[in-house]
Design a protein around this ligand. Structure first.
Ligand code: URA
Length: 246
């Protein structure tokens, strides 16, 4: 499980890293009482703060000094993808990192398990979910029934699930012909309960749903349900490539 490291750093370094002040300007700004940590005016620019939890302000304006974080979480069944809920445990309730700016990239149903990306990078969140970009998502599905060739064709070409438009083309795979109830489906859109509604539409309701892939990210097999970790450098590079359209 991810452990949050709390590191204190000089407030002038935080402001200069953000490009708001040079280190020299920081000294003068502190002397003039322009910098505050948690509402307390700094006397000198070498005062230390925790950018993850302290409120830093310059000229009375609170600065968002929190670094961007990217977590892969293996969502267990029984928790909901929401920031807060009166009745159910949320994915944020099971995380140690309690930063309020974290958000899940997309949603999984309460009974769905698998890969969920959690970040405070709003641009990435938007990019991954934008209907313009068709980021693929792969689900491992246990269905009640067996798909016919016609069903597979329908699911793959686009099927009416009661929305204005049929679904976009998808990829359906039955990896093990001995176990045809185990199906993998890759979608490039994310409508409400989409996988369940697609299989329901061909008369084979979903019994179990697990997301194994999200864009370039694959669920880490060593990540137990309910646990999360920082993305690796390779995973970050894959996301950056996606963001820059490579
Ligand atoms: N489609 C669904 O029906 N449920 C999910 O949780 C994700 C995709």
């Amino acid at each position: 499980m991810h452990k949050n490291s709390v590191k204190k750093v000089r407030v002038d370094k935080v402001l200069s890293n953000l490009g708001l002040l040079s280190r020299n300007d920081g000294r003068t700004a502190a002397k003039r009482g322009r910098i505050a940590i948690n509402g307390v005016i700094c006397k000198t620019s070498d005062e230390k703060c925790d950018p993850l939890s302290d409120e830093i302000s310059l000229d009375g304006v609170v600065i968002d000094a929190r670094p961007l974080v990217y977590y892969m979480l293996n969502k267990p069944a029984g928790v909901i993808t929401a920031n807060d809920d009166k009745f159910s445990k949320t994915v944020f309730d099971i995380m140690e990192d309690k930063r309020v700016d974290l958000a899940a990239v997309g949603r999984l149903d309460k009974d769905t398990t698998g890969i969920l990306l959690i970040t405070n990078d709003g641009a990435l969140n938007h990019r991954m979910l934008s209907p313009k970009h068709h980021v693929p998502k792969t689900y491992q599905v246990l269905i009640d029934g067996i798909l016919t060739d016609t069903d597979i064709k329908l699911l793959e070409t686009g099927i009416d699930i009661g929305d204005e438009k049929p679904t976009l083309p998808a990829k359906v795979e039955i990896k093990d012909t001995e176990n045809p109830q185990h199906v993998a489906i890759t979608l490039t859109e994310g409508r409400y309960h989409q996988v369940k509604r697609m299989f329901e539409a061909v008369g084979t309701p979903v019994l179990k749903l697990h997301r194994s892939d999200f864009g370039p990210l694959k669920l880490d097999e060593n990540l137990a349900e309910g646990c999360y970790r920082d993305l690796t450098e390779e995973e970050m590079a894959a996301l950056e490539a996606l963001m820059s359209g490579k």
